[in-house]
Design a protein around this ligand. Structure first.
Ligand code: SF4
Length: 213
């Protein structure tokens, strides 16, 4: 990838990516969007059904939850950069619906260069990893969301600080209304903490630390 390529040029290159088999299944590459540079970058797992059809990240039901959590934290999506660890929708047919399928470690690794390219160009001071797949892609190990949620950490691959929290789709899958409200509040509190912490940090002159092999 040419180091001088802009974020939008990298996004166009990602649209032609065939580095793993997921390009055959998804409608299109869903590259990151938002402020660039930005102090905060939010990383999810992969585009969902609506994101796949529309070509934009976090525009489905989980995106609405995320918008709500951002608003509760005093932010709008235009204040941050949003992307996913994997840029194509992985799914399997279930009747007439396309059922979300979690990407495996090979697919996450195949897509990592695009995440690296985004981090290098957005240069966030802090990355919010939404859920375990994003946490793995950013930290370089599988996080335990229950135990690690809401803590400021250092990841393996990037200079930015990392905070792991709920993926909004987990909030949607809550068993009760109370659980849903509690998790939404926790997500919003985590975003607020990340915002406060990011304000104390300086942008890095070299955002990428190491490349996964
Ligand atoms: S999921 Fe990522 S690595 Fe795989 S084809 Fe899509 S853009 Fe390329």
């Amino acid at each position: 990838m040419p180091p001088q390529a802009s974020l939008s040029q990298v996004g166009k290159m990602a649209c032609r990516c065939t580095a793993c088999h997921l390009y055959k299944r998804g409608t299109q590459t869903v590259f990151g969007e938002g402020a660039a540079p930005a102090p905060l970058m939010l990383v999810g797992e992969q585009p969902g059904n609506e994101e796949d059809l529309k070509g934009h990240p976090f525009v489905g039901p989980a995106g609405k939850v995320l918008d709500k959590a951002l608003a509760m934290a005093g932010l709008q999506r235009s204040d941050v950069f949003m992307t996913n660890a994997v840029k194509h929708f992985k799914w399997e047919p279930r009747g007439k619906t396309r059922l979300h399928k979690k990407p495996n470690s090979k697919e996450v690794q195949a897509c990592h260069p695009w995440l690296e390219a985004e981090v290098e160009r957005v240069n966030p001071r802090l990355i919010i990893a939404l859920g375990a797949t994003a946490g793995t892609a950013v930290l370089g190990r599988v996080p335990r969301i229950g135990a690690e949620r809401g803590k400021i950490q250092k990841g393996k691959w990037f200079e930015a600080a990392v905070l792991v929290t709920w993926h909004p789709s987990v909030i949607l899958r809550s068993r009760t209304h109370e659980e849903r409200e509690q998790r939404l509040k926790e997500l919003s509190v985590d975003i607020q903490l990340a915002l406060r912490h990011s304000r104390k940090l300086k942008p890095s002159s070299s955002p990428k630390r190491e490349t996964p092999r």
